[in-house]
Design a protein around this ligand. Structure first.
Ligand code: FAD
Length: 291
């Protein structure tokens, strides 16, 4: 039986999970299933599948979640955004998730599509994530377990961390049950985030999002769009070796192992790995952490 992540939390005081994205081609999809098959051998507590900003991969999120649950017996979490969707479309997709035995959703507002500067809700769509949570709750009560995104450094469009925490609290009060964080490289920032949230009475689990670095250039591009800070330590390690793919991969694994060990020592309730659909880095990190 497919579990709700909140029920998994009742059994496990720490969870380990993997995030995948839907590939654009049939070959990519077959490779993804091979990757998931291999990583399923590590017995993650759940896996999640991202939702594209638009276009053909969006429906794929549901198909992949269904297949992951059927083929590998894993619990899947469907990322779900408000981008470009009217309320009636959101309702149809939620009903489809339910028909397909999806029990877990990472509820998100989403970002404007490529080339569009400012966020605009779709006609009759939603402005903020908490409204999507309301829609889920109003139509499906407690059928779905609902996670939300959290930003240790504050969301890129939010004026300051206090305001960011205030908005996160609204998401939690509307039905968010746990938080998956944006990537970060300075663990002190994660600890500070936990403290900040505790002060505002946000006591849900905050799963740190871990990115095993496999490309310095890719990292810079991604962090420019999401606003996450690349620490001086990361620049110092990866800049000089950026053109040596193998060296970057090796250093990425070492950095992630060190970061994960320290996070677990700081009391993190698990780790959520952004796998980038790759087997090796996560498998090696897993082995070295002795998970
Ligand atoms: C772990 C993780 C997974 C992700 N997966 C995906 C994915 O699969 N697909 C995808 O497209 N994107 C994904 N994202 C990116 C995410 O969609 C963007 O970061 C988006 O800009 C914010 O989404 P949100 O749900 O946090 O929005 P919200 O919480 O709605 O916040 C959006 C903006 O509005 C502000 N705000 C929030 N509430 C209020 C309020 N009540 N009043 C006024 N202002 C408010 C916030 O400060 C923020 O600037 C992911 C992010 C993370 C951290």
């Amino acid at each position: 039986m497919i579990k709700k992540i909140t029920d998994i939390f009742k059994e496990k005081n720490k969870t380990f999970s993997f995030e995948f994205f839907p590939p654009k081609t049939p070959v990519g999809l077959e490779n993804l299933y091979k990757t998931i098959k291999e990583l399923s051998g590590l017995n993650p507590n759940f896996v999640s599948v991202t939702y594209g900003a638009g276009g053909s991969t969006r429906g794929a999120t549901l198909d992949i979640c269904r297949e992951i649950q059927k083929r590998f017996g894993l619990t899947a979490m469907h990322h779900f955004t408000c981008v470009g969707h009217s309320q009636s479309e959101l309702k149809v997709i939620l009903a489809l998730m339910r028909q397909n035995n999806i029990r877990n959703i990472l509820a998100l507002r989403g970002d404007p599509p490529k080339g569009v500067e400012k966020w605009e809700p779709a006609g009759d769509g939603f402005e903020y994530c908490y409204q999507l949570i309301d829609l889920i709750k109003n139509n499906h009560k407690d059928y779905f377990s609902i996670g939300v995104a959290g930003f240790p450094e504050g969301h890129i469009n939010c004026p300051d961390k206090e305001t960011d925490t205030k908005y996160l609290k609204i998401k939690m009060d509307h039905g968010g049950e746990f938080i998956v964080s944006q990537l970060f490289f300075d663990n002190a920032m994660y600890s500070e985030y936990l403290e900040r949230l505790k002060k505002k009475n946000i006591n849900a689990r905050i799963l740190p999002g871990i990115l095993p670095i496999t490309s310095y250039e890719g990292l810079i591009k991604f962090c420019n769009t999401c606003g996450a800070t690349i620490t001086q330590e990361v620049h110092d390690i990866f800049k000089p070796i950026q053109n040596d793919e193998e060296a970057v991969k090796k250093a990425g694994i070492e950095f992630a192992v060190k970061q994960c060990r320290d996070l677990l020592e700081r009391g993190a309730p698990g780790l959520h790995f952004f796998t980038l659909n790759k087997v090796e880095p996560v498998k090696e990190i897993w082995k070295r952490l002795g998970l």
